[in-house]
Ligand binder design. Structure first.
Ligand code: COA
Length: 154
């Protein structure tokens, strides 16, 4: 799957493989507090109802998205772009590719995000997610509220 025209032309998005897990975990660790472990990403790759995609240029992984689906709903667990490649449309393209990869019966996509994460909130709102709730003190280190978002796919 090729990315859209505003993205550098040599970037592709593809399903993640076992050999990508180390880099995915490194990007996650550098991007958010309380990151998933490498083992958690590896485990997600073995789940039939999980989707992990990477954005890649040459043999360098620039970002990833991971989530699961069950019946008519999917949840995004994590999306991140490596710091030096942000603001180039990679996060948006990963999000769109995630939607495109979901089975047709999936109607809604949910996620939670730290209340202070304005970059991610801006990304989600730009791509049609609506704020549906708040979980007080959901996150640790630092303790922070989670904002819940949902997007209707169809
Ligand atoms: C959130 C994140 C994934 C965005 O990735 P990205 O590749 O930089 O995103 P894009 O370039 O595709 O940006 C798409 C839109 O997101 C929003 N956005 C991205 N970065 C932003 C920033 N620093 N400030 C405000 N809005 C931002 C904008 O609406 C942007 O559209 P625009 O370029 O037309 O203004 C990236 O900042 C990141 O990896 N953050 C750390 C990890 C993280 O917080 N993940 C979310 C956990 S819930």
């Amino acid at each position: 799957m090729r990315l859209q025209k505003e993205i550098m032309s040599d970037i592709i998005i593809r399903k993640a493989a076992a050999e990508d897990v180390h880099t995915i975990a490194e990007i996650e660790k550098a991007s958010i507090p309380q990151p998933w472990s490498e083992a958690a990403f590896a485990d997600a790759l073995t789940q039939e109802n999980a989707v992990t995609l990477v954005a890649e240029a040459g043999d360098e992984i620039l970002g990833f998205i991971t989530g699961v689906f069950l019946f008519d709903n999917a949840d995004i667990y994590s999306v991140a772009t490596s710091e030096q490649h942000r603001k180039k449309g990679i996060g948006a393209s990963l999000l769109q590719a995630f939607f495109d990869t979901l089975p047709s019966e999936v109607e809604t996509v949910g996620l939670e995000v730290r209340e202070s994460n304005s970059a991610a909130i801006s990304l989600y709102e730009k791509y049609g997610f609506e704020r549906v709730g708040l979980r007080k003190n959901f996150y640790e280190e630092p303790r922070e509220n989670a904002v819940l978002y949902t997007k209707k796919l169809r």
